[in-house]
Design a protein around this ligand. Structure first.
Ligand code: UDP
Ligand code: MN
Length: 652
């Protein structure tokens, strides 16, 4: 019995203890709920859907429009892919557990979970500029493994590093001190910043948008117009619409077919309300004060098309690198675009650091243009599909049809230069087709120079004609000048090859069956050792022995065959005539010898392994059949050459 009583007493005590524990737990839970509701940033709840729907910005009925770009009024004659971009997926929200640094203020306590981001709701803190390099180093080490590599592979840049950098990072000041005191008119025209994108990474796209919002003065910024060019990635869909709906002054429109860069920008322009259009790539970051100098130059002359200095964001580290001034945009005879440093303009005049410089071409990264002038000059060529060279076409047209182009040094925007393009092209020859449109619309007889240096374009052109009737009509109605005027007035620095029959083409060596070649170690005009290699047939080995007896090389014709000891090298051609005898060659058609005028020695392909010790570092790893050397003249087939024209003189 006693035992029974004791057992019952113990049970009662245990029950009391349990009840006490339960009560305590309930009180704690209730208190913690109260606490959490007041201070949501301290919540440790698991991610889940938001309890209340987010509030959209009022008075924004035109926030997101799906544009049927098959509307003939838009004249966007492309037909590539069906509507896929608006399928719902990946609409994920989690309760925010940290401050709203990276988010629009109107989001309250909710945070968009970035696709692919850490599933732990405690996302890594944004990085400050000085920490970027450290993280980048870690990422580079990680690239040995799969994660880092695929992070680069998907977009052509290290997305992991990008995700760790604040969407609001400030670029270090890189403007010339002379720019900081510049005064701009109070009544500048309003700007619509048109940002086209196709499957851009989340962080780079949003950093572009925030960068514009954070740097452009409100009174000059009409809107940021995001134009989705049929993106397929999940995060570009509802989650982006949702995010954008909380940003004041940002609109999102979506095309229901793939338009390409030019078509997409033309669509944005048709929907923009600002007086000045600023086309901007979807992976840019703006320097403080970038917009005002551009608007001022356009306001002064509505036919002026302007660009900031394009600084560079490194694709591995996301480090910001300021571009050296003066710089301008140019293209070569293969119709490839480059930013070129232009030291000729560096004079002692202190104003030169702040004075805009006229530019034969502007890059596509950021271009500002008066909206009416853009429309009247023919927008972007709707026949230019997908990507590439649309900015060269626009540039030649602007100059030829009454406008001008310039780079404004007090405006700086950084562009992410990717390691590789992240898109695949359904049509491998699209690039050539776009170039053919430029050649046939704008280059008159000079187009032959292009076709000889891009033989793929030549062969495509032989089997099909571009439909450029409308563009030729536009050219006529605008009274545009010819390409000769453009070359002599706007871009006189571009060497015009003579391309005489039997004295230009691939330089073919009879003894080895190979062609003279050159692989630049770094792109640019610095030059280096020449060698013989299999004949490419693409036009990349085209050279031109001109009436000055120079052998001009490269798509700009800016490199000259030269000699350094017994090695044959390429070096930058002199800007002024007459040229030196060191750069002069005589071709003896009968024997096939190419004689160096200064030394009277002959061009020969070295036997493999017969290189002298003088410059072993110069031996090119691509060399298949030996270096090019100067040797006493003989009749050996290794000294016999002829110029093979791949494209008949009457061709194209
Ligand atoms: N883009 C587009 N549609 C396309 C290809 C590109 O809207 O079919 C966008 C792209 O997202 C970018 C801009 O057009 O914002 C310019 O393209 P990209 O940056 O690839 O050109 P790059 O700077 O490499 O010359
Ligand atoms: Mn770009």
């Amino acid at each position: 019995m006693r035992v029974w009583v004791r057992v019952t007493a113990i049970r009662r005590k245990t029950l009391c203890l349990w009840l006490l524990l339960l009560g305590f737990t309930l009180v704690t839970l209730a208190l913690s709920d109260l606490f959490n509701n007041r201070r949501p940033e301290h919540s440790h709840q698991k991610p889940g859907p938001p309890r209340r729907p987010l509030q959209r910005i009022p008075n924004a009925p035109d926030l997101e429009v799906i544009v049927d770009s098959r509307d003939p009024a838009l004249e966007l004659g492309v037909d590539l892919a069906p509507l896929k971009s608006l399928q719902e997926d990946q609409l994920l929200f989690v309760l925010s557990t940290q401050g709203t640094n990276n988010l629009p203020r109107k989001k309250g306590s909710y945070k968009v979970l970035l696709p692919g981001a850490n599933k732990d709701s405690r996302a890594p803190a944004p990085l400050t500029h000085d920490k970027v390099e450290k993280v980048a180093q870690l990422q580079l080490e990680a690239m040995e493994g799969d994660v880092g590599f695929s992070a680069v592979h998907k977009y052509g840049f290290n997305e992991v590093v990008s995700e760790r950098i604040s969407l609001h990072r400030r670029l270090p000041e890189a403007r010339h001190p002379g720019c900081l005191g510049e005064q701009y008119s109070e009544s500048l025209p309003s700007a619509s910043v048109v940002i086209c994108f196709h499957d851009e990474a989340w962080s780079t796209l949003l950093r572009t948008v925030h960068s514009v919002l954070d740097t452009a003065p409100k009174q000059h910024l009409q809107e940021v117009l995001l134009v989705d060019d049929l993106s397929q990635h999940g995060h570009m869909k509802s989650v982006l619409s949702e995010y954008v709906s909380h940003l004041e002054g940002v609109r999102l429109i979506r095309s229901n077919k793939r338009l390409g860069v030019g078509g997409c920008r033309t669509l944005g322009a048709a929907r923009a309300a600002g007086e000045v259009l600023v086309f901007m790539d979807s992976h840019c970051e703006c320097q403080k004060g970038w917009l005002e100098p551009l608007l001022e130059r356009v306001a002064q002359d509505r036919t002026r098309v302007v660009s900031p200095i394009m600084d560079v964001i490194d694709w591995q580290t996301f480090q910001y690198n300021a571009t050296q001034w003066p710089a301008r945009g140019v293209f070569d005879w293969r119709l490839d675009f480059y930013w070129e440093s232009y030291p000729q303009l560096q004079d002692k005049d202190p104003d030169s650091a702040v004075r805009p410089v006229q530019s034969p071409v502007l890059g596509g990264g950021v271009v500002a243009v008066d909206r009416h002038f853009f429309q009247s000059v023919g927008a972007y060529d709707p026949g230019m599909l997908l990507w590439a060279v649309e900015q060269i076409e626009l540039s030649i047209r602007v100059w030829s049809c009454g406008g001008t182009m310039e780079v404004v040094p007090c405006s700086r925007v950084a562009h992410l230069d990717r390691q590789h393009l992240p898109y695949s092209f359904p049509d491998q020859e699209q690039l050539q087709r776009n170039k053919i449109r430029i050649a046939d619309t704008w280059m008159d007889a000079y187009r032959k120079i292009f076709y000889r240096r891009d033989t793929l374009a030549h062969f495509i052109r032989q089997s099909e004609s571009p439909n450029i009737t409308e563009r030729l009509r536009l050219k006529k109605s605008l009274g545009c000048r010819d390409f000769h005027w453009y070359l002599t007035t706007v871009y006189p620095q571009l060497y015009v090859p003579q391309d005489r029959p039997t004295l230009s083409g691939e330089l073919y060596n009879v003894g080895t069956g190979s062609c003279a070649d050159y692989y630049p170690r770094r792109p640019g005009p610095q030059g280096g050792s020449m060698n013989a290699a299999p004949c490419s047939g693409t036009g990349s080995q085209h050279c031109d022995l001109n009436s000055e007896f120079e052998v001009r090389w490269g798509p700009m014709g800016a490199l000259c065959m030269d000699a350094s000891g017994e090695r044959v090298i390429l070096s930058p051609c002199p800007a002024h005539r007459p040229t030196t005898s060191r750069l002069q060659w005589k071709f003896i058609k009968l024997s096939g010898q190419l004689v160096h005028q200064q030394s009277q020695l002959c061009l020969e392909v070295a036997k493999e392994g017969s290189l002298t010790q003088s410059s072993p570092r110069d031996v090119n790893t691509h060399t298949k059949t030996g270096a090019l050397l100067l040797r006493p003249c003989t009749h050996h087939p290794r000294q016999q050459w002829h110029f093979e024209q791949l494209v008949a003189p009457k061709g194209a």
